[in-house]
Design a protein around this ligand. Structure first.
Ligand code: G6P
Length: 587
């Protein structure tokens, strides 16, 4: 949530285009507004615009600025509406600053600074940090003293980058919970992720919570939370950290849907999981949010059935507030694409602080992310950088890792997992035209129901989430057996009901549930396989045969495509749906 960047150019070169390039890569973190501030000849110039980055780019064409050092921001609004006044960078006469996170005690300082005569122009928590620094400078502190004092006083979550009018070639940055990568190379740079600064540097290091850095081309200095100087290890910027663009696709989401066979293949190759991993484990606790939570719900079906280990799946944002009982010998699996979701991170920390004998593992897509660093053990999904806000390839890659653990002692099912990439490929080729036709009809709907049973119930939830989050058509995913206990009242001639019903042990029950829906509605579509299709006298979409345990992975794909195509037809922004952000670093 919110993307921040700062760049110091080599030999005084202009860095505006580098900052804009970086902001393009950070837009997935928020697009309520964007802004940039640059330093030149002891003055700072700023341009900000409401809405997506293209608005800022247009504005900069009309009123160009340049400078040899600068900072930029893409905003996901928390405090204050998405207006230009609330867009970052925040500025005072001597300082420009960008922030990702929430300063929880900002009101205390705001009141005091107003009393001292400082005039605020925004409703943001961030502006307090800028005026706090200004007030310290006005009292005679130097930038380092001011910045350190601010870090001691501000509570909450933050990634800050600040520049001072009096200080050429130096950026100050600090982190608590929100991510910061510092890059070394041609230019010196800092950004919310490695991808945003990858074109300016060859190596990066990640700040840990409580650390801060003074970045300069003459040598950056890093400090721990007690302001002792520390050395940081650097890692090479590799292609898996970098967003390689949309290629020939119109949208990232479509590219990412099409990449699933390869994401699954690479994930299988990278994760050899043996039964020993489960040694001593008597319970499994899965923590996750959003789409990742749905992956966890599927895993519960697998783990209790095949591993015979009691498994619970928790929405991470709820977990630590309900005083859960944590038992010894629990395997905690935190599932996350970004590796940054604060709710998941905090839930993991809650378990770690319990002093129970738990093994805390993460399933993460982003290497070296906060969650992967906190975990005792990490399984990486090899989906590659995912940019579309609606998660697709990361989800099926998560399911793949979860399946590799579930079936680690079942060679027959492992063989089925190996065949997944080719079956997914076949599905993508086979279904495109049929999904086009269904999307044409669905775009007119104001609401839709997704039905699933057993391990496909979570996929009904996920299919509904995909549709609503990008097309804005309201959708509900239901356990089909629950439909009769209330939601059936919603079914009429106009309500599309999308059913997931491959042949298998649960087919008959699901078949009956679909008949019940059919008796009340007109618009029933069943995703099934050849053996299942012959039994239906309503519209079916036939997928390749797959072992019923792996159906959740395969049946996700047409539902992602359906949501994508409906959204394109409705003319909505597929990759940047309103109000959402891909990395959620606020609670
Ligand atoms: C956001 C994203 C979702 C994602 C969820 C959890 O809401 O828009 O796509 O599923 O966060 O994110 P994580 O990175 O932890 O999987």
């Amino acid at each position: 949530m919110c993307g921040i960047i700062g760049i110091i150019g080599r030999d005084g070169q202009d860095i505006v285009s580098n900052i804009l390039q970086g902001l393009e890569k950070l837009e997935y973190r928020g697009y309520d507004s964007a802004g940039i501030a640059v330093w030149k000849n002891e003055s700072i110039h700023r341009v900000r615009a409401v809405g997506k980055l293209c608005n800022l780019q247009d504005k900069l064409k009309k009123t160009p600025i340049n400078g040899e050092m600068g900072i930029g921001h893409t905003r996901w609004a928390t405090h204050g509406k998405p207006t230009e006044e609330n867009a970052h960078p925040m500025m005072t006469k001597d300082i420009a600053l960008v922030h990702n996170g929430i300063i929880e005690n900002y009101e205390v300082f705001k009141n005091e600074l107003i009393r001292q005569g400082y005039q605020f122009t925004s409703q943001t928590d961030t502006e307090v940090a800028a005026f706090y620094l200004q007030a310290e400078l006005d009292k005679g502190a130097n930038p380092r003293e001011a910045f350190r004092k601010m870090l001691c006083d501000m509570r909450g979550t933050y990634a800050f980058v600040a520049m001072f009018r009096s200080l050429p070639g130096i950026l100050f940055c600090a982190k608590n919970k929100s991510p910061i990568a510092v890059g070394f190379g041609e230019n010196m740079c800092v950004g919310s992720d490695a991808s945003s600064i990858s074109s300016c540097c060859d190596e990066i290091t990640y700040l840990n919570d409580g650390e801060y850095a003074e970045i300069s081309k003459d040598g950056s200095v890093f400090f721990d939370k007690f302001f002792n100087e520390i050395q940081k290890d650097r890692i090479k910027v590799t292609s898996d950290l970098v967003n390689s663009g949309k290629g020939t696709y119109d949208h990232y989401m479509l590219k990412e849907i099409m990449e699933q066979p390869s994401a699954i293949r690479k994930t299988i190759q990278a994760n050899k999981i043996s039964k020993d991993f489960l040694g001593g484990v008597s319970r499994i606790l899965i923590l996750a949010c959003g789409t990742s939570y749905h992956a966890g719900l599927v895993a519960r079906y697998w783990y209790e059935k095949y591993l015979k280990i009691p498994t619970i799946v928790e929405i991470a944002s709820e977990y630590r507030y309900r005083c859960p009982v944590i038992e010894d010998n629990t395997l905690v699996l935190a599932i996350t694409q970004s590796g940054e979701t604060i709710d998941t991170l905090e839930a993991m920390e809650y378990v770690k602080k319990s002093n129970k004998t738990c093994k805390v593992a993460a399933i993460a897509n982003v290497k070296n992310s906060a969650i992967s660093r906190l975990a005792d053990f990490v399984f990486y999904t090899e989906a590659g950088v995912e940019i579309g806000v609606a998660s697709t390839k990361a989800f099926t890659a998560q399911l793949t890792v979860l399946a590799l653990l579930a079936f680690c002692d079942r060679p027959d099912l492992m063989a089925q997992i190996m065949s997944l990439p080719s079956v997914c490929d076949e599905t993508l080729e086979l279904l495109s035209a049929e999904i086009d036709a269904l999307a044409e009809e669905l775009q007119e709907a104001s609401s839709a129901i997704y039905l699933g049973r057993g391990n496909l119930y979570p996929i009904a939830l996920e299919g509904a989430l995909k549709l609503k989050e990008i097309s804005y058509i309201h959708a509900e995913g239901l356990a089909s057996g629950e439909m009769k206990h209330g939601p059936i009242a919603l079914i009429d001639d106009k309500m599309p009901v999308i059913c997931l019903c491959p042949s298998g042990k649960i087919f008959d029950k699901m078949f009956s549930n679909i008949q019940i829906a059919k008796a009340r509605g007109q618009s029933i579509v069943v995703f099934t396989d050849e053996a299942g299709a012959v039994q239906f006298d309503c519209r079916t979409i036939v997928l390749p045969e797959i072992h019923e345990e792996l159906a959740p992975i395969l049946y996700s794909i047409p539902l992602q495509l359906l949501a994508y195509k409906v959204t394109v037809l409705k003319g909505e922004d597929v990759d940047k749906p309103r109000n959402l952000a891909k990395s959620v670093t606020v609670e």
